[in-house]
Design a protein around this ligand. Structure first.
Ligand SMILES: NC(=O)c1ccc[n+]([C@@H]2O[C@H](COP(=O)([O-])OP(=O)(O)OC[C@H]3O[C@@H](n4cnc5c(N)ncnc54)[C@H](O)[C@@H]3O)[C@@H](O)[C@H]2O)c1
Length: 271
């Protein structure tokens, strides 16, 4: 169901790789709600992904950018302002990648070149995106910037590896930049802490199937899907949440507040 919540709003959406991506679902929902946007992803991901299909479906333009490259980001911001014909109301940062996870290096055996690369892609890139927008004075007053995170930033999930540290950094950047962006032109900055979701990035985590079933059983409302996350993101882009900023917002069916569920207890008392 559409509510026209984003009518007339313009934005940039990072991270739509394929139709499972949270950013993909968000782009579709933003389109349904009347928003227009530029789609962006790393040049290498564009060759692998199906972003052209999404662009066609949503009437969007694509501007490639490696989110670790300041030059690419400055170019993205300048071109987006031109293409969209005005300042930016919303930005979704949906980017994550750990080289240690990809290469099967344990948390206690990190290769630090891998760690640095993963941190740059998954965490520092959020600062780079915002710095680029800030310097270009590209954000509209009362605009909204959202990045996606996971609860491993607060509690240990061993196989989440160095992504836990990257997410803790990302959440801190949201608070710190949220202060400066709020002061500058009332722009809000938040992170959404999403349930495990079957996407390319999600399924890259070792033991993901166990992970997602456990979370499903621990969450009174069940796991939040990619589409649920898109819906929540729409509310944060809308004018209905103007005073929400510098927050890490759990979107996980209640997982983060549940100590144990009846289903999990039953698993441990099975004969
Ligand atoms: N899937 C989950 O279980 C889950 C749970 C909580 C949070 N998240 C977060 O949601 C966000 C989106 O991930 P997803 O699950 O939709 O997976 P996804 O694999 O569909 O998306 C990750 C995206 O990051 C992009 N990316 C990687 N390196 C990049 C770079 N250098 N520059 C620009 N883009 C780059 C990829 O191309 C891809 O589009 C990530 O931040 C992820 O950590 C995912």
């Amino acid at each position: 169901m559409a509510y026209n919540l984003l009518k007339g709003k313009k934005g940039i959406i990072f991270g739509a790789l394929d139709e499972n991506s949270i950013a993909w679902k968000t782009a579709e929902r933003v389109h349904e709600e009347g928003g227009t946007f530029v789609l962006t992803n790393a040049p290498v991901a564009m060759r692998l992904g199906q972003i052209n299909e999404l662009a066609k479906k949503t009437g969007s333009q694509i501007i490639p950018a490696d989110a670790t490259s300041e030059e690419d980001l400055d170019n993205l911001v300048a071109k987006s302002l031109e293409l969209l014909g005005g300042k930016i109301d919303f930005v979704l940062h949906a980017i994550g990648m750990s080289v240690n996870v990809r290469k099967g290096r344990a948390y206690t055996d990190e290769k630090y070149d891998f760690t640095t690369k993963g941190w740059d892609v998954s965490a520092l890139s959020f600062h780079k995106v915002m710095q680029s927008l800030h310097k270009a004075d590209a954000m509209q007053e009362w605009g909204s910037i959202v990045a996606l995170t996971y609860m491993a930033a607060q509690r240990v999930f061993p196989d989440y590896n160095d992504m836990a540290d990257n997410k803790a950094y990302l959440e801190s950047v949201a608070r710190s930049f949220g202060y400066f962006f709020g002061k500058k032109n009332k722009v809000r900055v938040n992170t959404i802490s999403q349930s495990p979701t079957p996407t390319t990035a999600g399924q890259g985590v070792k033991g993901f199937d166990g992970f997602i079933s456990y979370a499903e059983k621990m969450s009174p409302l069940g796991n939040a899907s990619a589409l649920d996350c898109a819906d929540y993101t729409i509310t944060l882009f809308s004018d209905l949440t103007r005073k929400v900023t510098m927050q890490n917002l759990f979107h996980d069916g209640g997982f983060s507040s549940t100590g144990v569920s009846q289903e999990v207890i039953e698993k441990f008392t099975e004969q």
